[in-house]
Design a protein around this ligand. Structure first.
Ligand code: NI
Length: 265
């Protein structure tokens, strides 16, 4: 692993932990002192030129990632792609973008107003993927977005940071089955996202996923501070394809429900 890419993910991880304290505890709980390998890291963005999926991806392509799969989420009005590195210990990266033009005019106006505040070259800045939220947004704008798209509201509040990290169950020493991971988490008091069932996917689609419900953290809006859902932790178990290699893609029907992990409990 090059120093550059390890530096990038270390910064992304530290920024994520700052608003997701449960992730550190869960990391200890599942890893039991050993390194935890991340299956993937997920990002959210708007499909506006300055910050679209392609712009986020360019940061990854620059450190050796390649584009691998494309996904559509018609109900949530999202397009996504995933990227992989030749070093399989590096996480895959799943980037989605909101199709802004499919929303009502007032929602579009708020989103355009946020992105307009960013410098033109933001996507070229080395810290873009962990730059956080650098636009001003009011609590009323947040609430308006929340009614139209939880995804848009989350992004408006949190900006550019990992939405979640994902533990690779395949690489854990203590656990083999996602059911064991889930049982351990629940026994320790964590709440899991039950949208679409606690476990999304199965052996037939070669991927099983579960996730915690997001932690809550304080956000300073331009007019007041509110506590809202921040980020969550996901768990993935992959199964081998006919050629013996683990399936490395994503399952849209499962990912659709994973997005709901940032819904208010
Ligand atoms: Ni995920």
């Amino acid at each position: 692993m090059t120093a550059q890419v390890s530096h990038l993910f270390n910064n992304i991880w530290q920024q994520y932990l700052a608003v997701t304290p449960s992730a550190n505890e869960i990391h200890q709980l599942l890893g039991d002192g050993a390194d935890v390998i991340n299956d993937h890291v997920a990002y959210r963005t708007f499909n506006l030129d300055k910050v679209n999926l392609t712009k986020l991806a360019s940061q990854l392509l620059a450190v050796g990632y390649t584009e691998c799969g494309e996904y559509d989420f018609p109900e949530k009005k999202l397009t996504a792609k995933h990227f992989e590195h030749s070093d399989s210990t590096l996480p895959k990266v799943f980037i989605s973008e909101l199709r802004v033009e499919e929303f009502p005019a007032d929602v579009q106006a708020i989103i355009h107003g946020l992105v307009k505040q960013l410098p033109d070259n933001i996507s070229e800045q080395a810290n873009f993927l962990y730059s956080g939220r650098t636009w001003q947004v009011s609590s009323n704008e947040y609430k308006t977005l929340l009614k139209a798209s939880e995804y848009a509201a989350w992004l408006a509040a949190w900006g550019y940071r990992a939405n979640h990290f994902t533990v690779s169950i395949n690489h854990l020493n203590k656990f083999d089955e996602i059911t064991e991971v889930n049982a351990t988490l629940k026994k320790s008091g964590y709440h899991l996202n039950t949208a679409g069932g606690e476990i999304k996917g199965n052996l037939a689609v070669m991927l099983e996923q579960s996730s915690t419900l997001a932690d809550n953290a304080k956000v300073e809006f331009s007019d007041k501070t509110m506590e809202i859902p921040s980020c969550f932790y996901e768990f993935a178990k992959r199964y081998p394809q006919e050629n013996g290699e683990l399936y490395s893609g994503f399952v849209a029907a499962s990912a659709d429900k994973i997005f709901e992990s940032t819904h208010a409990a």
